[in-house]
Design a protein around this ligand. Structure first.
Ligand code: CO
Length: 184
């Protein structure tokens, strides 16, 4: 089932999300819904707060980037209760966007590599290092679990310039093809 994407200004996007365990109700269905919602909106990553659930669940499917990065062909993953334990390597600038902030893209600086511990959809624990595009997407989605958005990471001057646009977005002044929800 496709779920509405919560838009900038929704309080849930500013909350620190909570861990879950394998007894979380209908987790398989929820994960399926998140993939469906993400694919429907042409996203490559989605965090549960973006569909209104303040829990530590992320889905990523980087396969649409396969053309530029053949390694990403099968990069489809679920991260539950993820914890980034280390960020390292160079600081890299890369243009990001977010389904919760329609039609806005900004250069964001992040570390090149991360080490992350997480459970997959079967609640198997992993401890892995990612770099390149996967490290970028994971860090973006991970921010959602901490109540952060990529626009928080641009320079203070840039953020000031974005203020009007963000306020317009929070009021629904944008044009997108996917289901969404504005804050009440
Ligand atoms: Co996002």
């Amino acid at each position: 089932m496709i779920r509405p994407v919560y838009i900038y200004g929704s309080p849930v996007l500013r909350k620190v999300a909570q861990d879950i365990d394998s007894t979380y109700p209908e987790i398989k269905q929820l994960i399926e819904d998140m993939f469906e919602t993400m694919h429907h909106s042409d996203g490559i990553g989605l965090a549960a707060p973006q569909i209104g659930l303040s829990i530590r669940l992320i889905v990523i499917d980087a396969s649409p980037l396969e053309e530029d990065e053949p390694d990403l062909k099968d990069f489809r993953k679920v991260f539950i209760n993820a914890k980034i334990v280390e960020r390292f390597g160079e600081q890299i600038l890369y243009k990001e966007g977010c389904l919760s902030i329609p039609n806005l893209r900004e250069e964001v600086e992040r570390e090149e590599k991360i080490r992350i511990q997480y459970f997959d959809e079967n609640f198997t624990l992993h401890d892995e290092i990612f770099d390149g595009i996967p490290a970028r997407i994971i860090q973006h989605e991970y921010d959602h679990l901490e109540g952060m958005l990529f626009t928080d990471r641009v320079s203070a001057l840039r953020r000031k310039l974005l203020g009007g646009k963000l306020s317009a977005i929070s009021k629904g002044k944008f044009d997108i093809e996917y289901k969404f929800k504005l804050s009440k």
